[in-house]
Design a protein around this ligand. Structure first.
Ligand code: TA6
Length: 306
């Protein structure tokens, strides 16, 4: 075990529910198992790669081709998108979806909560590398609470003397049985930017079903979404609920077959077993933070019976 992991266990492990170990490619990861659920989180990108409530199937989808390289985002789980969503507004050389998901975060705290859930705080502050990409001073934290539900809270504080505007998303990949048998409730009546059709604004008039590539930013919505994951074996059917705070935009993405095949870290047929429902500050929902101001973006993921 590396010195780093040994030091992390000495300072932050929680007997019987949280410890650090070498994950894929030797990258440090946190394993949580507290009787209510299991979870896995990499310090790279503060990336949650697994969440499974006791008695349920895994809730998050991970690509079997995911790469765990220092300069790449992990494909699947919950990538932390920050401080911009999508391509950089003016400089195409800057990384898509910002730099938080490829940064090495550090552990702020761990705590065993009275209700049996386990809390992990990861933190990221500006560095010369981030300032070269984005010339601002900030403190960013991801607070992960693992219990029957998965609560993820991304909090940004403007610790500098200049105002800045941030875009963000908890870019969650949900595991489903068959994309052709899934519907999503919660976005009915919302307008959305269709990123596959010239960013035209369209209306979602009924529950969302997916039968092709979808890449949409739903606007002006604080709605809780529910993925109805219907399976041939009714016993396995379930609903995944995503409640959110600090967000008025929700992104829905499935790459479908052609795009999946074109991505080296995305299994060719993986699009059939995943759907991204992303709690976001995207589109016109970006947030202005004056010096000293704080913004939190959070989502609570829970599995409901059918
Ligand atoms: O969330 C939707 C999206 O912005 C899509 O346009 C697609 O690019 C997806 O994110 C994945 O982006 P990534 O940089 O992780 O390959």
């Amino acid at each position: 075990m590396t010195d780093q992991i040994e030091a992390l266990n000495r300072q932050f492990s929680l007997a019987g529910q949280l410890h650090f170990q070498a994950g894929e490619n030797g990258q440090p990861m946190v394993k949580i198992d507290n009787g209510l659920a299991t979870a896995a989180v990499y310090l790279h990108g503060a990336h949650i790669t697994a969440f499974q409530p006791r008695g349920s199937e895994p809730v998050l989808w991970m690509s079997p081709l995911a790469q765990f390289q220092a300069d790449k985002a992990i494909r699947g789980g919950v990538p932390v998108i920050w401080p911009w969503f999508g391509p950089h507004a003016t400089d195409s050389d800057k990384p898509q979806h910002g730099f938080a998901r490829t940064a090495e975060w550090r552990v702020g705290a761990t705590e065993a909560l009275a209700d049996g859930s386990t809390q992990l705080q990861l933190v990221l502050n500006d560095t010369s590398v981030t300032r070269a990409l984005w010339p601002h001073v900030f403190s960013l934290s991801l607070l992960v609470t693992v219990g029957e539900e998965l609560n993820i809270e991304l909090t940004c504080c403007n610790t500098g003397e200049q105002a800045f505007t941030v875009g963000a998303a908890l870019h969650s990949y949900f595991a489903i049985g068959d994309i052709n048998q899934v519907s999503v409730d919660g976005l009915q009546g919302c307008e959305y930017i269709d990123q596959l059709d010239g960013d035209q604004i369209k209306l979602q008039d009924e529950a969302l079903r997916i039968s092709q590539e979808v890449d949409r930013i739903y606007l002006d919505t604080e709605a809780t979404c529910v993925i109805h994951d219907e399976r041939d074996d009714a016993q396995l059917s379930r609903q995944i609920q995503i409640k959110k705070t600090g967000s008025r935009s929700t992104v829905v993405w499935n790459p479908w077959a052609e795009k999946a095949k074109a991505m080296g870290d995305f299994s060719d047929d993986g699009y059939q077993q995943m759907l991204c429902i992303e709690t976001a500050n995207a589109g016109d929902d970006v947030r202005l933070l004056l010096p000293g101001e704080v913004h939190s973006l959070s989502q609570i993921i829970s599995v409901l019976g059918d």
